[in-house]
Design a binder for this molecule. Sequence first.
Ligand SMILES: O=c1[nH]cc([C@@H]2O[C@H](COP(=O)(O)OP(=O)(O)OP(=O)(O)O)[C@@H](O)[C@H]2O)c(=O)[nH]1
Length: 631
Amino acid sequence: MVLNPVLGKLVSKRVVLASASPRRQEILTNVGLRFEVVPSWFKETLEKSSFAAPYEYAVETAKQKALEVANRMHVKHLRTPDVVIGADTIVTVDEQILEKPVDKQDAYRMLSRLSGKEHSVFTGVAIIHCSSKDNQLETEVTDFYEETKVKFSDLSEELLWEYIHSGEPMDKAGGYGIQALGGMLVEYVHGDFLNVVGFPLNHFCKKLAELYYPPSKHNVQHKKYDSIPSVDTFENLSDGESDSSNFTEHKGASKLDSSGMCSSGAIYNSENSSSVRTGFMVPLENQNGVSESGPKLPSKILELMDGFRASKALFVASKLKIFDHLKHRGPLKAVDVSNEVRTSVCGTERLLDACAALGLLEKTPQGYSNTDSANVYLTSDGEYSLHGYIIHSDDHLWPLFTNLESAVKEGSRQNHRAFGKKAEDLFKDYYHSEEVKQRFMAAMHSIAHLTARDVATAFDLSRFKSACDLGGCTGALAHELVQIYPNLKVTVFDLPEVIANTSYFQPSGQHMAPVTFVSGDFFKDNLPEADLYILSRVLHDWPDEKIHVLLSRISAVCKPGCGILLAEMVLDDEKKNRSTALLQSLNMLVQTEGKERSGSEYRSLLEQHGFTNVKIRLTGNLLDVILCAKT
Ligand SMILES: O=c1[nH]cc([C@@H]2O[C@H](COP(=O)(O)OP(=O)(O)OP(=O)(O)O)[C@@H](O)[C@H]2O)c(=O)[nH]1
């Protein structure tokens, strides 16, 4: 299938999507558009009352988002894009504009307002064509909006809070995601569904059609495109479909596109665009015999093929502590960075350029500097540093993953191939050297610290007086729990080798409530008494037999009413949707005897040991949470 001629007009252009919304990226990627993502820094703070209608607000915000990116790219990066696309989605109900909720209470306010009523979703879109004249940015703005009406059922308080606790509402206009759990709230949708999700694709294509295929003088009566030119509806788009003399049969009849796939050879004659019924077609060569646009690139597949390169670039930059150097000394030129980290200038420059293109660094005439997220996540002392996890990924997971093929064939872990020795005991292997132990603990700390707030607040735990975090490692979750529940006494129980090493990871601050650390092996030693036992990223390390041993030990010391809180990446029951968790399950295959499990699998394991009332919350932040009680 070759590209729709409308989107095909963008193939040879540098297109930038000025949006951080993963949904917008997905909608446009799914139709084969190739673009860079440069999220806009424009703050959505326009005075709403100054607009006569809500859609004007959305359109203006979309325009400002796109213009900000166009200007920044022109000035800062000296890379003027050809086209910048911006969008803004809002919900209106009772003459109020709802954007993304700022917290759970705000989500509650929005969703209770939408309950049982019809509301409108407006997405404003701006398409900015850019050019540079005498080094000045010139822009041509095209904008439009789309309205979709959505009706919600009556929402009970319980459903409402359950939905809010799922974490889904937080980055969505109006506090719901119609494409996911939020779809359950919806009675009907009138209009373009994708408009609700964040991008009105159909209207966008029609707009491109107006821009790139203006009505010819032969058919001026078609002033406006009610459909994408030559395409009445998307259903009419099919490979090589032709019932018009405006199609010409390509000499070669079939052609390999860049993915190596063969596409049939109907050719689009752009001169007669407005009257031609087209399929997805290969482009017609122009008078000079030069192809106007290339075939559709399978961008998702290419991205996956390149994925390892991007990971490795990040790993190497982290290992060389480039983000640390730039945080303290940036902006720096490539030559200065290479002097600091003792590497070749040419190699360093390529690495820095790749990191800048991946959005990890900023590149300006003054040199390279960290982006805000590099400062927070990639420096070794950043507030939510992932440095430890990145180094662990490079040194430990990477060699294991290079043996994935053997792991799949054999169905078992690959430590012997990756490290030349058989895995004895999962954790003993990590703790055989101080260096490896520190690296592993830093990795676990990174993820625990980053997810602790969502794990701790997924359920109201205030009824518990004491908690024991089994395998709680550095205590990152424990510290979050005592902050949120001041009456909760938390004990971290972990192997002696771990407990001996925790002091480095303790938060500083006078008002930190204490956490107790106790050493022991939860498969062998007496478990500390507690009302709530926490197992965060523990069960996924083990096969079912070992989990039964552990759960029966916990069950033996748990009184009725006491609970277990699990934090894991929970798979959907059909195991087909949650790619991060499914890839994590491969990660467990290459290094452990464990795996990721679905909600039903966890429920069944827990129920076999007398834990019932199993509740599952998807937090939207890496780890999901399961709470159950002993009956
Ligand atoms: O049903 C759904 N409704 C809305 C969404 C998502 O909600 C946001 C709307 O926010 P906004 O337009 O301000 O866009 P941002 O996410 O902040 O990204 P920008 O960088 O473009 O400002 C949008 O992501 C929709 O996709 C949804 O997912 N489902």
